[in-house]
Design a protein around this ligand. Sequence first.
Ligand code: EPU
Length: 357
Amino acid sequence: MVVEKNVPLQPWNTFGIAARATSLVRIHSVSDLLRLREQPGVSGAPFFVLGGGSNIVLTGDVKPLVLKMEIKGFRLVEETPKAWIVEAGAGELWHDCVAWTLRHGFPGLENLALIPGTVGASPVQNIGAYGVELQDRFDSLDAVDMQTGQTFTLNAGQCGFGYRDSVFKHGGPSVSVDAGDSRNMGLAGRAVITHVRFRLPRPWKPVLGYLDLARRQEESGIAEPDALQIFDWVCDIRRSKLPDPAVVGNAGSFFKNPTVSEDQCRDIIAREPRIVHYPMPDGSVKLAAGWLIDACGWRGKTIGKAGVYEKQALVLVNRGTPADSVTGGEVMTLAKAIQTSVYERFGIRLEPEPVVV
Ligand code: EPU
């Protein structure tokens, strides 16, 4: 097992922030993880799992051991009259997973096309776009508990999915994973996801309710688009609104869309009638953070080498060059300035979405 030292992480985080890993190991299999635990000083020591690096802000060099996930492979696990169950290795790129399933005739992930990152990261933040969240297509996952060396499987309920949230984002009490009870159990810094299985319902039904997609369908005049058509539309919409990390460094949406109570929302609407909001099934109301930030005049602004994307104010971007890139500190300074102005104007606290390392 090769432990690489002082490894540049700039190519491996989509923000393009220059930082280094003190030590890094590439993980190709479950047995790599189990072998790694046997090495002196590894078991019980902190570690950091690096997937596609698309949802992190590096504020300095990473001291804990970095596990670079490179577990590959796709397979159809099971085909029943009700669903296709497909498994993917945690180290596969998410978009390749979407493309593989469609190519093999297993539709259902098309609305999630072109989301940066890896398969292993997808349940961590319960990725979502255009009316579909990962939890809607999730079957189960396999992981290794790096504290005990046990491998275990979790179903959707045990993953504790929420909006851009799961048990993998939280630390927590040391409960035996064996007991199969993950309620209130945080698995951050403990579990390493190795494989994810998706449940793709049959018969396939298109999800076209999201405004951008509905508009796209109307323009096209196609009454019954197939999954490949929706995949193409989603790719087009994303390319027109969101910066390609290969060209402009970014970590997708920088803040979560905040949720407020009906009363709070009524109050805000009275002051800001144009505010973009979506009623939720539980009576609360979700506000478009991009709109709030835009309304405060941040779209297109820059502080240092950190900027707010011109076409979508929810996305912060790297305005530096690879040789002189934005720093994590500059990104966080801009983020704090945005949070302050949104709070001062609307009384709403925006919560960052990426993991700040
Ligand atoms: N808006 C503005 N100004 C802006 C940006 C947005 O007025 O600068 C308005 C838009 O006009 C629209 C509303 O805000 O009415 C919502 O914008 P959009 O449809 O672009 O979606 P979003 O809520 O900003 C969320 C996800 C995205 C996902 C899209 C599409 C979060 C934090 N973000 O963005 O996910 O792709 O919906 O489903 O939930 C990500 O998580 O990294 C991400 C990109």
